[in-house]
Unconditional design. Structure first.
Length: 257
């Protein structure tokens, strides 16, 4: 039986999710003995042609070239996994979706006429079918390893679809909003991080994106009464998962004042 092949691809991103894979260290060495890593430019210059059994894709699609490239990768990949907030929801760079991209380019670049970019930053799923998504900025290393282990074993990964609040309960973390009045997006954010921020007395920032059917309307007055202005609420809902419709359109859910 042939050794399964693994490819890791970068689109528009900061490389943090790829670094999460490299940071697995001992676990990565064990994994490397069970798969053949054939494309991972963050780790090696070795590049082998497809097809690929599993492709991990980091980053959002923000240039015309990337539109064509993700189509080619999808055609060559048996399983495609989008990893990180950029790949699953457009990432922080999707803030461009709410403004004029030409204006941004004129401010940032000395010669904006040489910049080839799209007006919007979009997730991988907006262009090709995605088999699985790992959320977060960056992704959780344990969820990544569990997903790869599941795929190697021929079973579907166990990816949670509940809220971060359920993870606070599991690890015995006191609710930061109830106990300390700290604004938190945990009730509407998908689980998977292990409730990292609340465990350190910080409110969830929503980097895993919206859970299935989030009740944002019920959360808005709680955020407001705990000190968040309308501008603050707008900002936190359009940061890590700016292209997620449930977060980007949260103003439609805002209760009347």
């Amino acid at each position: 039986m042939d050794t399964p092949t693994l490819a890791v691809w970068k689109f528009t991103s900061c490389d943090g999710c790829q670094l999460t894979l490299l940071d697995c260290e001992d676990e990565l060495l064990t994994l490397a003995g069970r798969v053949r890593i054939v494309h991972f430019l963050e780790a090696s210059s070795t590049v082998r042609p497809g097809p690929y059994d599993v492709s991990l894709v980091e980053g959002s699609v923000t240039t015309p070239d990337e539109v064509g490239r993700i189509t080619e990768i999808r055609e060559q990949s048996r399983v495609l996994v989008a990893i990180g907030a950029c790949a699953t929801h457009g990432g922080i760079q999707a803030l461009r979706n709410f403004a004029d991209i030409d204006e941004f380019a004129s401010v940032v670049y000395a010669s904006p006429q040489h910049i080839a970019t799209l007006a919007e930053s979009t997730p991988i799923s907006a262009h090709v079918p995605v088999d699985f998504e790992l959320r977060g900025c960056p992704i959780d290393r344990h969820q990544l390893l569990d997903t790869l282990e599941a795929l190697l074993a021929g079973r579907a990964p166990d990816i949670p679809n509940t809220s971060v609040c359920t993870e606070c309960k599991r690890r015995g973390t006191t609710c930061v909003t109830v106990a300390h009045g700290i604004p938190c997006l945990g009730p509407v954010t998908q689980a998977g991080c292990g409730a990292l921020c609340p465990a350190y007395q910080r409110g969830c920032f929503g980097c895993f994106g919206p859970m299935a059917e989030p009740n944002i309307r019920a959360l808005l007055p709680i955020l407001s009464v705990n000190g968040m202005s309308t501008a603050d609420i707008d900002r936190v809902f359009t940061t890590f998962a700016a292209a997620a419709p449930e977060f980007a359109e949260r103003s439609r859910n805002e209760p009347p004042q």
